[in-house]
Ligand binder design. Structure first.
Ligand SMILES: [Zn+2]
Length: 336
């Protein structure tokens, strides 16, 4: 078993882009000069920000001016635009930029106003008049914030225009270790700690296996859907984290049944505790589970320093045991 990594994430986002684009998107050909290096987006002459008020009285505030313009062309709604992809904070380096407009726009004029900074060569497609998709021709730089701006002209001639500037930051390179490894995260943690782990994994483009307790799922109803949406596997670690060999077979079964079960047949007994007679293994098997222990025990819950944990992972690889309540766990992910 090995970490899915950035490729998997990128694949999913590409799939998302394809879903948005649809199959019949017409290629409009390369954009000759997308983005003008050294020219700030906000001050760009054709930039989307506050270009309309210049036609009004000079001391009129932009919002009021836009309202006046809107009334003058009341038949046409003001196009609004949002960044549909990529994720603003963890964009994959091969991300497509997808802008979604609230109403059909003049694709030629709108495309003309499209800018990305730093400049990137790419092609623009219009799956439909409300969707602009920009596909860079080469991978974006790692750990870089890009600004995308567009001025949205309504389709069919004159009218008020809308637009906006959006920023997104690409993920850091996925860890390149000499050994394959899979990160796993057990138990539970504070909401802040869990989100910190998710952010750190997304920063590195990593997917992991989570073993939350059923109690953790009950405490944080958002947890399992959030983990699945981020592409992680979510497996069973009992309901209340007991020492299973001390329980009857029936009680073991109840603990497993009340645990988290989301399309994963892996079961990790609390403390890794198995009995010599094999009762835990056989009860788990009777419920369709196989036991998943670990190769590297970071003891992150006891405060193992991040650099020590990273060295342990580099030295051995395999299945790595972390916890959602580890003291330096987030730091270690960042150092992988
Ligand atoms: Zn545990």
């Amino acid at each position: 078993m090995r970490t899915v990594g950035r490729a998997g994430l990128a694949l999913r986002l590409t799939a998302l882009a394809m879903a948005v684009l649809g199959g019949a998107a017409a290629m409009l050909g390369p954009v000759p000069a997308v983005g003008l290096a050294g020219r700030p987006v906000a001050s760009s002459r054709s930039g989307p920000v506050e270009r309309r008020p210049a036609r009004q009285a000079p001391d009129v505030n932009p919002v009021a001016a836009r309202r006046v313009a809107f009334r003058a062309h009341s038949a046409r709604p003001l196009p609004d635009v949002r960044l549909a992809a990529p994720s603003p904070e963890h964009a994959p380096p091969d991300a497509a930029v997808i802008l979604a407009f609230s109403v059909p726009v003049d694709t030629v004029a709108t495309q003309e106003s499209f800018r990305i900074q730093p400049a990137v060569p790419g092609v623009i497609q219009w799956p439909d008049p409300t969707t602009l998709a920009f596909q860079p021709l080469s991978p974006l730089a790692f750990g870089t914030t890009y600004a995308v701006s567009v001025s949205a002209m309504p389709a069919g001639g004159s009218g008020p225009d809308g637009g906006g500037t959006f920023r997104f930051t690409t993920a850091h390179p996925a860890p390149a270790l000499p050994v394959p490894y899979t990160l796993t995260f057990d138990d539970c943690g504070t909401a802040q700690a869990i989100h910190g782990i998710l952010d750190a994994l997304a920063d590195r483009g990593l997917h992991a296996i989570f073993f939350p307790t059923g109690m953790c799922r009950d405490q944080f109803p958002w947890l399992v859907p959030t983990l699945l949406a981020a592409g992680h596997r979510v497996c069973n670690h009992t309901y209340s984290h007991p020492v299973l060999p001390r329980l009857s077979n029936a009680a073991i079964a109840t603990e497993i049944r009340r645990g988290v079960s989301v399309n994963c047949n892996l079961f990790r007994p609390p403390y890794g505790a198995l009995d010599a007679s094999g009762r835990v293994v056989s009860v788990a098997a009777s419920l369709g589970y196989r036991i998943q222990l670990w190769d590297v025990d970071t003891r992150d819950w006891a405060g193992t320093p991040a650099d020590v944990m990273v060295a342990m992972i580099r030295a051995r690889g395999g299945v790595v045991l972390f916890h959602m309540h580890g003291l330096h766990t987030i730091e270690a992910i960042g150092q992988l």
